[in-house]
Design a protein around this ligand. Structure first.
Ligand code: F6R
Length: 260
């Protein structure tokens, strides 16, 4: 796991966008795993700017959402399918038919989850998965206790997560209780994962998953087993890390050819 501590979310967005740009130029039909929430927004802004300014071309890429609420009607502005369209894919030239998400409106939920796993496999697997982390250590919506072997399935949200996400809705009561999410086993198959965390409210979760034991109580800790996991933090999110100085030293002295 590589931990990179940067001065703010703009710098984080640029570095994550560098990795995505390098991938898309090297592999124009790359498969991107897309997170929602606040953490990836500076990365999406930066990619949209590079598309506009430099013609960065996404026409052959595919996007797969990490997760989706269950029970929001199709087209609801806070459904993750809509959020991903609005915040990213409509701002670059990814073909709408190349943007996929688990179907939170399905009547047969297990079949929809199986179909989602099959569509990821049919695309050749995810090359680069963007992630945020919840204040309880969740990735995707794999709440504490999620199996490290889990695949896309329905999960219940913990109240803390519903409260954290209530800022996107007009009241807490509107935040769904259920979601479909890629499993931890699904996420672990992405070839590269980049997790972004900013702000002091993430400091404890970051310390737990980066430096704590690997345990289902902190789902993101499974990334300690990932062969290519990059963690991009601002100073506040990094503030509880024991080895922060070591991570800074390592990154500052990293060979330029290595990239993320
Ligand atoms: C979003 C997702 C969640 C968020 C996490 C952090 O698709 O899967 O795991 O990444 O809840 O959310 P923010 O970035 O809003 O703090």
């Amino acid at each position: 796991m590589e931990v990179v501590i940067l001065s703010g979310s703009k710098q984080i967005g640029k570095l994550a966008a560098d990795a995505i740009e390098e991938l898309v130029r090297r592999k124009p039909d790359a498969v991107l795993g897309l997170a929602t929430g606040s953490s990836p927004l500076p990365t999406y802004d930066e990619l949209a700017a590079r598309h506009e300014r430099d013609g960065l071309d996404f026409s052959r890429t595919q996007g797969f959402a990490l997760d989706e609420y269950v029970g929001l009607p199709a087209g609801h502005p806070e459904s993750y399918r809509e959020v991903i369209r609005r915040e990213f894919t409509n701002r670059v030239n990814i073909a709408p038919e190349n943007v996929h998400g688990p179907d939170g409106t399905a009547t047969d939920i297990p079949a929809a989850c199986r179909a989602y796993e099959e569509s990821i496999a049919a695309a050749g697997g995810i090359d680069l998965q963007l992630l945020g982390v919840g204040t309880d250590g969740h990735i995707g919506f794999n709440e504490p206790g999620s199996s490290f072997a889990s695949r896309t399935r329905i999960k219940s949200l913990i109240e803390q997560t519903r409260r954290d996400n209530a800022r996107f809705f007009s009241s807490l009561a509107e935040v769904p209780h259920h979601v479909l999410t890629q499993g931890l086993g699904t996420i672990m198959e992405a070839r590269h994962v980049i997790l972004v965390a900013t702000g002091a409210q993430k400091a404890q979760a970051v310390r737990d998953f980066v430096e704590g034991p690997v345990a289902a109580i902190c789902p993101a800790s499974v990334l300690q087993f990932h062969p290519h996991a990059t963690v991009l933090l601002d100073e506040a999110a990094a503030s509880a890390l024991k080895l922060a100085d070591f991570y800074r030293h390592t990154y500052d002295n990293k060979p330029a050819w290595q990239g993320l």
